[in-house]
Design a protein around this ligand. Structure first.
Ligand code: F6P
Length: 363
């Protein structure tokens, strides 16, 4: 019998832990099956162009802790709606059959897709076309349904928490207000967890629309207690009551073209003149996705990779590996993609705990 050929790709924005999944999946597969592995470069683009590298024990050595992805990533290449040149014009076409043919030609038996909702939507669509697909849930935003935690999220929370500590010492020295914008799209997980861990005074998240008057109230309350500095953490996709989220950029050829941005600067401008402090804002941006992978994410990614290898061995395709409580599980890609994205529960235990220790949500 010929060896099982397993292909891996990393799609969407990068996240710490991608390399750790590649590392553990490669090892667990090679140690339990008669197989060979390849990795397509730049996500689905590599699948379309048949551009790949072998994944071996040697080629994946030393990558466990490193953020980013050794396979490169792209958040633009949706092969079901792909920009191609036709008669001198750029047009969007479904080129997914080219990818299926490439896999057939190469003898690829299984496709393992590491990605968030956009990338996994295509994974589900390839599964519908009869490709043997396994999904692994990646995103620093932690907004994917069916799994309690995506890999990359813990690393991002640690980075933001550390930076809130740095910002505290400077704003305290100047009696300033600092508005800090963090990633997360329309989910407030990063702001909520890093805000609590990093002693933020105000946390503004998309799930709880804010009023600037309430933010001013919190600053005044702190002033009255002799705390002449305030740190406000805001998710990029947060919105005021009766208002809209701030869009920073439109990436036309991305499956999810809206990039939020600018909310921290907007809030800083709105606070100007309303409080007796200097106000500054900053957006932590892609720093949140960079650097080394946290210990928690390394372990979570290893568990996901090992569980993906088990599903491959048992030929349970069309599924995504998940974390439920402290248990490795799996769910069908149909369920994952069909479900609403996972947002913070405004009445959940963590929001309540934050309120009880004095954090304002601007509502
Ligand atoms: O989904 C992950 C994420 O980092 C979001 O938090 C952020 O809005 C977006 O990706 C940024 O995307 P890009 O890498 O295209 O700037």
């Amino acid at each position: 019998m010929s060896k099982t050929k397993i292909a891996v790709l990393t799609g969407g924005g990068d996240a710490p832990g991608l390399n750790a999944v590649i590392y553990s999946l490669t090892r667990a597969c090679l140690n339990t099956m008669d197989c060979e592995l390849i990795g397509y470069k730049f996500g689905y683009r590599g699948l379309y162009l048949n551009d790949y590298i072998p994944l071996t024990m040697e080629s994946t050595t030393g990558i466990l802790h490193i953020g980013g992805t050794m396979l490169y990533a792209s958040n633009k290449d949706n092969l079901f709606d792909y920009l191609v040149e036709e008669n001198g014009k750029m047009v969007k076409k479904d080129v997914s059959n080219v990818a299926v043919e490439n896999m057939k030609k190469e003898g690829v038996d299984v496709l393992v897709v590491l990605g968030g909702d956009g990338t996994l939507t295509s994974a589900r669509d390839f599964s519908r076309k009869g490709v043997n697909v396994i999904g692994v849930p990646k995103t620093i935003d932690n907004d994917l349904a069916s799994t309690d935690q995506t890999f990359g999220f813990d690393s991002a929370v640690n980075i933001v928490t550390e930076n809130l500590g740095r910002l505290h010492t400077t704003i305290k020295s100047h009696n300033r207000i600092m508005v800090v914008e963090v990633m997360g799209r329309s989910a407030g997980w990063i702001a909520l967890q890093s805000g609590i861990a990093g002693s933020a005074d105000v946390i503004l998240i998309p799930e709880i629309p804010y009023s600037i008057d309430k933010v001013v109230e919190k600053i005044e309350e702190r002033d009255a207690r002799g705390r002449f500095f305030t740190i406000i953490v805001v998710t990029e996709g947060a919105k005021p009551i009766h208002g809209e989220a701030s869009v920073g950029k439109f990436v036309a050829d991305s499956p999810d073209p809206i990039r939020f941005g600018g909310i921290a600067a907007k809030i800083a401008t709105e606070l100007e003149g309303r409080v007796n402090h200097e106000i500054r804002s900053c957006a932590l941006g892609h720093i949140q996705r960079g650097g080394d992978t946290s210990a928690f994410d390394r372990i979570l990614s290893i568990r996901y990779g090992v569980e993906a290898a088990r599903l491959i061995k048992e030929r349970q395709f069309g599924n995504m590996v998940t974390l439920r409580g402290n248990q490795m599980c799996n769910d069908s890609l149909e369920n994952v993609i069909g479900a609403k994205s996972k947002q913070v529960d405004p009445n959940g235990e963590l929001v309540k705990a934050a309120r009880l220790i004095g954090i304002s949500f601007g509502d």
